[in-house]
Design a protein around this ligand. Sequence first.
Ligand code: DQQ
Length: 539
Amino acid sequence: NAMLSWQRTSYHFQPEKNWMNDPNGPLYHKGWYHLFYQYNPDSAVWGNITWGHAVSRDLIRWLYLPFAMVPDHWFDVNGVWTGSATFLPDGQVIMLYTGDTDNHVQVQNLAYPANLSDPLLLNWVKYENNPVMVPPPGIGHKDFRDPTTAWHANDGKWRVAIGSKVNTTGITLVYQTTNFTSYELLDGVMHAVPGTGMWECVDFYPVSTTDTNGLDTSFNGPGIKHVLKASLDDDKKDYYALGTYDPSNNTWTPDNPKLDVGIGLRVDYGKYYASKTFYDQNKQRRILWGWIGETDSENDDLLKGWASIQTIPRTVVYDKKTGTNVLQWPVEEVERLRSNCTEFNGVKVGPGLVVPLNISSATQLDIIATFEVDKAALEATFEADVGYNCSTTGAAVRGTLGPFGLLVVADDLLSEFTPVYFYVSKDIDGTYRTFFCSDEMRSSKASDVNKKVYGGMVPVLDGEKFSMRLLVDHSIVESFAQGGRTVITSRIYPTKAIYGAARAFLFNNATGVSVTASLKIWKMDSVDLQQYPFDSDDV
Ligand code: DQQ
């Protein structure tokens, strides 16, 4: 449907048509990054789940390959569901995935490449004695899915985590194996959080507290913490926590019980789910993928013939400055798409003002913006909006110390726009709290769009400016605050602010402070995604 074609992205990964959901089994092999993904070959809604497959040299320019796995055995005939890849020391690639069986039981299956020397890993073999794990006693047949990348424990055995629940308690089960064909369930659970429901797509990985490089999933020792992430089926949100892993008793303990998995930090505060990391041995970094669904209607998805996007892959590291969160940042390769930089330096935006930025066709942008708030005014404020929360008020509501930020994917008349902004609150004891929000309420004139105000708190340390980075790509805005401490992804469906009509503005809706903004705005080139077999130059 040409009418909706401007909603397709120009530099994010999405299939040519039909439905996509979770990223699966990401890995780097012989010069190629591989992405597998949950895919419906027949329609733009979920179903017939198959593993789509694409490869890239640089995580940005993707080539579509034939399906890696289709639902064709009794142990996965109702869907080749989510899974993860593990490299063995001899280079063998192990793929563990969930199959929905002929009887709708969730089991774990083993697959491996038919030919490891093929850089494209085109052919996959399903192990003949699948399944390799079935729901253990006490676990529901529909509550047992999404195996993680395996890690090598200090006892010389491999371990793999699987999400589940008992009543309304979300849990992580751990199995151990030496050969990936037979598995033993370890006693107890690695972690459990009451009230969080079914844990999907568990991710578990080490981060260095001292170095900036990523760590292989099996890495353990001093100077590291472990991130545990779960995708909560009940509210379709990804939560993570930092903690300590003890392999000897198979437990993981959160640093701060108040910020445990499912009740504390979100991976991304916007439309974002089923994320998964992998260790990139090519560049010694850990890379995070996330599935960005649609927030228009299913009917519109069928009309436009496709649904869902993957984020630009993000590096993830421990935030040494705060010690309480990870930092997510778009992989450096995306910067190769930048062209045509426009700079704005020291633009003063007084209370209640909107300042147009002289950028045309503002649909594909990479924006870096910093804001300085008038210090005297901040200090003179006695109290401001204690108890503020991004989700209760959008950018239209004026406070003393916020909101201020950017309006993106806006038309000239501001009939459509999406504010991405900071909002500062101050308590009578002098403490500040900063929120980072994205307000979709006026992003589209279209009916049948589910619009929200998203966001969360973001630590802003002494001496830091307020800083944000935005990746704008037609119907998606990925927003990173303070170097990636808090991240928000929005889907937007503009009808006026499209192609040449799209603009960007600075705004300051605070009543009590002026802000001074400096920005760099790059146009982003489009990426051509090709179908296999492709030009041999690319291989
Ligand atoms: N999607 C897969 C499941 C997973 C869910 C099925 C999360 O394996 O739990 O498409 O979005």
